[in-house]
Write a protein that binds this ligand. Structure first.
Ligand code: NDP
Length: 237
């Protein structure tokens, strides 16, 4: 059996991040999730972290490393937001907030996590993107731009740190039923469903399974990849 991994998942207090956290923990790995307020979910270790703030990220990772008893092997940069709106009406604030959280937040976490990984000479940086990053989505210019930029981030990290046993990959889920997607109007959900070859939305555990594979030793030679978990929605993109 493989040695337990030290795993940190941002935004692991709910939604897809929580499912990913539970999947690693159930497999015997050491897990810390980040959350912004309140208590961590039952049975999970948590640290407070605001990914738009570098000091908060750096402090949270130091506390997480103490809790884990060593450097982080696996970063899952999952925290993300939407601020949807049509291009002409999208405010600077809504554009900036999404880029700052989804893209710059992932960058801040990867930068901090890489310190320990370089010392370890191993590591897995996993960005949770979205099918709409490469497919595009009307009303989500900010979100789609933030998610496609994670590909450039992962590929640059791959080129920079690939020789040190560190991989950086992007997981691109399709539509998953969580708080984030609960906000979408029913008719829009029906339109999305009609375009999905699998004929259904994803279960969050299907995203977690792909993340766990990319974190495993079996995936040591996969880096800079975009792994779809989208029922075929984004095929060819
Ligand atoms: P949720 O809205 O359910 O959860 C989002 C998580 O991100 C929460 O834990 C939230 O913390 C955290 N978060 C948001 N902003 C910040 C911040 N500034 N600092 C720290 N943490 C923050 O989202 P999902 O579970 O649906 O999505 C998780 C990821 O998967 C996101 O990156 C999303 O873009 C992506 N994704 C989701 C899809 C879906 O269909 N649901 C499809 C494709 C990708 P808090 O609880 O404090 O708000």
């Amino acid at each position: 059996m493989a040695d337990p991994l030290n795993v940190l998942i941002t935004g692991g207090n709910r939604g897809i991040g929580l499912t990913i956290a539970r999947a690693f923990q159930d497999a015997g790995d050491n897990v810390v999730i980040t959350h912004r307020s309140g208590e961590p979910p039952e049975g999970l270790q948590g640290v407070i972290c605001e990914v738009t703030d570098s000091d908060s990220v750096n402090a949270a990772f130091s506390v997480a490393e103490e809790k884990l008893g060593g450097p982080i092997d696996v970063l899952v940069a999952n925290a993300g937001i939407t601020r949807d709106g049509l291009l002409m009406r999208m405010s600077d604030e809504d554009f900036d907030a999404v880029i700052d959280t989804n893209l710059a937040g992932a960058f801040r976490c990867a930068r901090r996590a890489s310190k320990g990984m370089i010392k370890l000479r191993r590591g897995r940086i996993i960005f949770i993107s979205s099918v709409v990053g490469l497919y595009g989505s009307a009303g989500q210019a900010n979100y789609s731009a933030s998610k496609s930029a994670l590909v450039g981030l992962a590929r640059s990290i791959s080129r920079e740190l690939g020789g040190r046993g560190i991989t950086a990959n992007v997981i691109a889920p399709g539509f998953v039923e969580t708080d984030m997607t609960a906000e979408l109007p029913e008719d829009l959900k029906k339109t999305y469903l009609a375009g999905i070859p699998a004929g259904r939305f994803a279960f969050s555990h299907e995203v977690a399974a792909a993340v766990r594979f990319i974190a495993s030793v079996d995936a040591a030679y996969i880096t800079g990849a975009v792994i779809p978990v989208d029922g075929g929605l984004g095929m060819g993109h």
